[in-house]
Design a protein around this ligand. Structure first.
Ligand code: MSP
Length: 649
C-alpha cells in the first residue's frame, strides 16, 4: 500500500465557484478514488484562499466584513463539492487558526534559515514595481498591456508601488531547483511545463517580496505588525498547514514527510509559484518538497477565455443539475485532453451523454441484466467457459498518469466489445435451444462480470452510477480493491432491481427548435383562423375497437442497430433492430424522410407480433410506427429513455 497526498489549488473566494475550479477538483477526486480503488492510502485536501486586498475590496463593496464574505463563499464551494460527490479528506481555509499558526511557524523558521552560500534566507529590502491588486501580483514592465500600464489578465491599470518589504532569497536556489527538477525529485508534468520552469531558472531567479505594507486583510508579520504576509507566501503554506504542520500532527508525518507522493494539481497559470517559490521555501527550512506538480490546461468557450465580465461563463451548478453529477464528471474527464486547453460546447455535453452514457453503457447494463432476469430467473448463472473482457491494469495506469480520457476510453473499448458480443452471439437464439444452455450461461456470466468490472473502473469518474450498477448486480456497497479481479460474482446469487441508468435527453438546440416549432408564427398574410391541416385525421364517430382488440397488438421499444437502403426502392429501408432479447430485420417505408445513417442508435416503436411479410424480396419481421404528415413519415419515439423491449400500451 502506498501513501499519497493530493492537493488542488486553494481557490480565491472573490466569487462563487467557476467551472475551472470544478474541473480541477473533480479530476483530483477521480485520481484519489482510482488510487483508493487499487488499495492505496490517499489524503485529498482542497480549500479556499481568502486573504488579500481584492477580497477586502469586494467585501467593502458588498457592505459586509471580509470574514463574512469569505464564510459565505467558502460554504458555496463546499456545497458544490458535495453536489459533485467530491470525497475530500480535508478543507483548509486561509482564515483558519491552524493555518495562521502554520504560517507563523514557517516564518519563524525562515527567519532563522540561511541559504546555500550562508546568507540569511529573509532580508529587508525596498520593493518597487507595477502591482495589480486584483491578481495580488507585481508585473514586469514588459508584461503590461499598453496604453494604460494595465494588467494582462484584468486589463485594468496597475499601480506603481514602492514599499519596504521582507524578501525571500529565491535567487540562491536556482542550482538546487534545476537539479531537483532534472533528476525527477520534483516531477513536473506535462513535459512542456517542465521545460517552461527550467527555462525560467536558466534566465536567473529573482528574490521574492513576501510581505505587504498596504494590505490589511492578511496575517500580520510579527516583526512588523502593520505588514501582512504576501498572499502567495500565505497561500502556498496551506499545503502543510492543512496537515497540522504547526502542531507536529501525525497527519503531517504520514502524508507530507513520509508520503510516497506529494502531488499538487494546479492550472497551468500558477505552475511557477508551485515549482520555484514553494519548493525553495521548504528547502530553506529543511522540509521535503512536493514530489510531483501536474499542470492541467484551461477550459474555454467559443474559443475565448472564461470571464464573468464578458459574460463568457459556464455554470457548474447548472450543468450538473441538468444531467446529474456523474454526467458532469464524466464529460469533463473524457472530452478533452487534461493537460491541454479545450473548448466547451453544450452540444458536445449532450452528445457525449447520449452516446456514451445512455447508449453504450446504459444499454450494455440494461441488456445484460434484462437477459439474466429473463433467461436465468434473475440469478447469476454458472461461470462455465467465460473469459474476462478487460484488464484493469492499463486503465489504472492511465488514471495514475492523469490521462482521464485514456482511462475512460480504454473502459469504453470494453463496453463496445461486450455490446458486440451480444450482437454476435445472439443470446435470444441460444435461449431457444436447451443444448446451448452452457454457452448461454457462460456468455451471460461473462457479461455480468464485464459490467461489474466496468462499474468498478468507472467508479473514480462516476461514483453514483458505479454504486447503482453494483446494486443492480445485487452488491450492496461501493466498488473496492476486491472488485478489480475477475470472477467475483457468485453463481446462484440474486440480482437487484434493474432500473434505467442514464435516460436519453434531447439536445438543448433541439429542445429550443421544438419550442419554436410548437408556436409557429403565422405568415402576415395568412388569415388568423386558418384551418390547421391534420394528416390522416380519424373520421368523427368512425368505427371504434374494443380494448381487447387493441391488446392483441404487441408494441415494443427497439433500437436500430443497422440501416441500409433497399436497392431499387425509393421508399424502403432495411433495418436491423434490437428488442433487448432478440434482433430482427424490419423493412420500413421511411427512406423518403430518413437517411439510413441517421437512424442507427435511435429507439423506435415496432409492432412486434406482426406476421412476417416479404417486401421487395426481403423478409420484414415487424413494422416501425410513424406518423404521416402530407405523406411524409415521422417516426414515433419515447419522451425519455426506456429499456429495449419495453411494451407500449
Ligand atoms: N488562489 C490561487 C491558488 C493558490 S494555490 C496555493 C488561485 N486561485 S483561483 O481561484 O484563481 O483558481 C485557480 C485554479 O482554478 C487554476 O489553477 C485551475 O486549477 C482552476 N481554473 C481556473 N480557471 C480555469 C479554466 N478556465 N479552466 C480550467 N481550470 C481553471 O489561483
Amino acid at each position: 500500500m502506498k501513501t499519497f497526498y493530493h492537493t488542488t489549488p486553494i481557490y480565491y473566494v472573490n466569487d462563487v465557484p467557476h467551472v475551472g475550479h470544478a474541473y480541477c477538483t473533480v479530476a483530483l477526486d477521480a485520481l484519489s478514488r482510482a488510487r483508493r480503488l487499487q488499495g492505496d492510502r490517499v489524503y485529498f485536501r482542497t480549500g479556499t484562499d481568502e486573504r488579500g486586498q481584492d477580497i477586502e475590496r469586494i467585501a467593502r463593496e458588498k457592505g459586509i466584513s471580509p470574514q463574512e464574505h469569505t464564510d459565505r463563499i467558502a460554504a458555496v464551494f463546499r456545497d458544490l463539492w458535495d453536489r459533485l460527490d467530491v470525497a475530500y479528506d480535508g478543507f483548509i481555509r486561509t482564515t483558519d487558526e491552524k493555518h495562521k499558526r502554520g504560517v507563523l511557524r514557517l516564518w519563524s523558521r525562515l527567519r532563522e534559515a540561511t541559504v546555500p552560500g550562508g546568507q540569511s534566507a529573509i532580508y529587508r529590502g525596498k520593493y518597487t514595481g507595477w502591482y495589480c491588486p486584483r491578481c495580488e501580483a507585481f508585473y514586469d514592465e514588459e508584461d503590461l498591456v499598453q496604453p494604460g500600464n494595465s494588467c494582462p489578465d484584468h486589463l485594468l491599470p496597475c499601480e506603481w508601488t514602492e514599499e519596504e518589504n521582507f524578501f525571500f532569497r529565491l535567487s540562491a536556489y536556482g542550482d538546487w531547483l534545476e537539479k531537483a527538477i532534472r533528476n525527477q525529485e520534483i516531477r513536473i508534468e506535462p513535459e512542456g511545463r517542465r521545460n517552461e520552469v527550467l527555462s525560467v531558472i536558466r534566465q536567473g531567479l529573482h528574490d521574492v517580496s513576501v510581505s505587504r505594507a498596504r494590505v490589511k486583510w492578511g496575517i500580520p508579520v510579527p516583526e512588523e505588525p502593520t505588514h501582512v504576509f504576501y498572499v502567495w507566501m500565505d497561500a502556498l503554506t496551506n499545503y502543510i498547514t492543512a496537515l497540522g504542520y504547526a502542531e507536529h500532527a501525525d497527519l503531517y508525518g504520514i502524508f507530507w514527510e513520509r508520503a510516497d507522493e506529494r502531488l499538487h494539481l494546479v492550472g497551468k497559470e500558477i505552475i511557477r509559484f508551485h515549482c520555484l517559490l514553494w519548493p525553495a521555501m521548504l528547502k530553506a527550512v529543511g522540509e521535503p518538497a512536493p514530489t510531483r506538480v501536474f499542470a492541467h490546461g484551461h477550459l474555454t468557450k467559443g474559443g475565448r477565455k472564461l470571464s464573468k465580465s464578458t459574460g463568457n461563463v459556464i455554470d457548474p451548478q447548472e450543468l450538473s443539475a441538468r444531467l446529474g453529477p456523474d454526467a458532469f464528471r464524466y464529460f469533463f474527464l473524457r472530452e478533452g485532453s487534461f493537460s491541454q486547453d479545450w473548448d466547451f460546447t453544450d452540444e458536445a455535453y449532450t452528445k457525449r451523454y447520449n452516446s456514451d452514457l445512455a447508449n453504450d453503457l446504459g444499454n450494455l447494463v440494461s441488456r445484460s441484466l434484462t437477459m439474466v432476469a429473463r433467461y436465468c430467473e434473475g440469478k447469476v448463472p454458472p461461470k462455465g467457459e467465460a473469459t474476462p473482457a478487460l484488464e484493469p491494469g492499463p486503465v489504472l495506469d492511465r488514471y495514475q498518469a492523469l490521462d482521464f480520457g485514456g482511462a475512460l476510453g480504454t473502459v469504453w473499448e470494453a463496453v463496445t466489445r461486450l455490446n458486440q458480443l451480444i450482437v454476435v452471439n445472439a443470446p435470444w437464439e441460444l435461449a431457444k435451444d436447451p443444448a446451448q444452455r452452457p454457452r448461454l450461461d457462460a456468455l451471460l456470466y461473462g457479461l455480468l462480470e464485464g459490467v461489474r468490472q466496468i462499474a468498478a473502473l468507472v467508479s473514480p469518474a462516476m461514483p453514483r452510477a458505479a454504486r447503482r450498477i453494483f446494486a443492480m448486480l445485487g452488491i450492496d456497497r461501493d466498488p473496492g480493491p476486491q472488485d478489480l479481479a475477475w470472477g467475483v460474482l457468485v453463481p446462484g446469487s440474486s440480482l437487484g432491481t434493474i432500473e434505467p441508468l442514464f435516460p436519453r435527453v434531447e439536445s438543448q438546440n433541439r429542445k429550443e427548435a421544438a419550442v419554436s416549432e410548437e408556436k409557429p408564427v403565422p405568415p402576415a398574410a395568412a388569415p388568423a383562423a386558418a384551418p390547421v391541416p391534420v394528416a390522416d385525421a380519424p373520421a368523427p364517430g368512425g368505427d371504434r375497437i374494443d380494448i381487447s382488440e387493441f391488446a392483441r397488438v404487441e408494441l415494443r421499444a427497439a433500437r436500430v442497430i443497422a440501416a441500409e437502403a433497399v436497392s431499387g426502392s425509393k421508399k424502403l429501408l432495411k433495418l436491423q433492430v434490437d428488442l433487448g432479447t432478440e434482433q430482427r430485420q424490419v423493412v420500413a417505408g421511411i427512406a423518403g424522410a430518413y437517411a439510413p445513417e441517421t437512424l442507427v442508435g435511435r429507439t423506435v416503436i415496432i409492432v412486434a407480433n406482426l406476421k412476417p411479410a416479404k417486401l421487395m424480396g426481403l423478409e420484414s419481421n415487424g413494422m416501425v410506427l410513424a406518423g404521416s404528415i402530407d405523406g411524409k413519415p415521422v417516426l414515433c419515439s419515447f419522451e425519455s429513455d426506456v429499456p429495449l423491449g419495453t411494451k407500449v400500451k
